[in-house]
Design a protein around this ligand. Structure first.
Ligand code: TXA
Ligand code: MG
Length: 347
């Protein structure tokens, strides 16, 4: 299959690209679309066969459900039952934006989307070309991240092309994604909202609207093979480059010393403040306390490490405040939970 790329970086481009993407999606095809978080691989969420194509193109495990992208709560209402009042409050505050809410689905949503569960995640993305595509297609759009399953999520059209060229009809190129990591996933099924995947909307942001919010144990810990994780995606190896990733905690001095001694087959990923003191070429994630910049660069750096053929990567661990929790959640999985303390190693 030939994969066409169409630019949507100005007004005219957005009109043309959304028309083409809507046309592809209406007739059951797949189109990759930019969002503010990462690129999504979209299909008509009401068409089970089209949705099955997403799983095939990504090589995605059949039991991992998809997020349904909507134009607002009005569209979401048509897909859901038992919507709790806090869903309206959360959508008012954070939509369009990087927040996915899990609620009970109704029968209009085919089981391919929910992977057999009786719930779905819904999100209104903050992307004009995506929202226009939903409007022109006249349907909600199911879209996981537009990467090959297990690879780092795509934050540019080139990343999508690298993974899915020949497997999908269309890639809409809207430039780099501003947020750079996937949306916060919050379950509204129980009495208290539970964060299943942290993102740019933080636990405190959610609690400021709902009064309280819990963070699922699986956000920070390795999925226990014996029990079903609250979010099926948690149990899969994720965000991983082929290189072995080691996360490094500890002091600025300790990291500089450790990193300076590494060989040239090992990549170093550090904060902006570190770069000058390390005698090794570095990828800069962002400044130490600038979690937004770190999030925006993370997946591109993980992909670049592979492209340049490094077989190992030492990555400095950001702190867990605010969006830092989301970075930690992605990095700890990329590193298969391998964390070392540079101050202990250097002794
Ligand atoms: O920012 C994002 O959320 C991007 C853009 C494209 O919107 N999408 C995305 O989708 O990251 P995906 O499929 O790569 O990740 C969705 C995550 C998975 O971990 C999945 O298991 C979880 O959300 N999920 C989806 N539906 C669920 C449900 N009904 N119950 C629990 N977890 C669910
Ligand atoms: Mg994904």
């Amino acid at each position: 299959m030939h994969t066409k790329i169409i630019k949507a970086t100005d007004e005219q481009g957005i009109e043309a690209a959304s028309s083409q993407a809507a046309e592809v999606i209406r007739r059951g095809g797949l189109a990759a679309l930019p969002t503010e978080t990462v690129y999504g691989l979209g299909a008509n969420a009401l068409d089970g066969e089209a949705v099955a194509g997403i799983f095939k193109a990504k090589g995605r495990p059949q039991d991992n459900p998809l997020i349904v992208h909507v134009s607002g709560m009005e569209m979401a209402e048509r897909l859901l039952c038992d919507i709790p009042p806090c869903a309206y409050k959360l959508s008012e505050k954070f939509w369009p934006g990087p927040l996915t809410m899990i609620m009970r689905k109704n029968d209009i949503i085919p089981s391919e989307v929910s992977a057999g569960l009786d719930t779905i995640g819904v999100r209104m993305p903050n992307s004009r070309v995506f929202l226009k595509t939903i409007e022109k297609a006249g349907a909600p759009i199911a879209a996981p991240s537009a990467n090959t399953s297990g690879r780092p999520s795509p934050t540019t059209a080139q990343h999508v092309y690298d993974d899915l060229n020949g497997k999908i009809e269309l890639i809409v190129d809207g430039g780099s994604c501003g947020v750079g990591i996937e949306s916060t996933v919050v379950s509204l099924i129980g009495d208290v909202p539970v964060i299943l995947r942290p993102g740019a909307v933080t636990p405190d942001d959610i609690a400021s609207v709902t009064g309280s919010a819990e963070v699922s144990k699986s956000v920070l810990e390795e999925a226990d093979a014996a029990s079903a994780p609250p979010s099926p995606g948690m149990k899969y190896k994720h965000y991983s480059p082929s290189a072995d990733v080691v996360l490094v905690s500890g002091s600025d001095e300790g990291f500089a010393k450790l990193a300076s001694a590494l060989d040239e087959n090992t990549a170093v990923v550090c904060f902006g403040e570190d770069a000058g003191r390390i005698k090794h070429k570095c990828f800069v994630l962002g400044d130490k306390y600038d979690h937004a910049a770190q999030a925006a660069h993370l997946f591109d750096i993980l992909r670049e490490i592979d492209k340049r053929g490094f077989n190992k990567a030492y990555i400095r661990l950001p702190d867990m405040d605010g969006i830092g929790l989301a970075l930690y959640n992605r990095l700890i999985r990329a590193a298969a939970f391998n964390v070392i303390d540079c101050d202990k190693i250097n002794k």
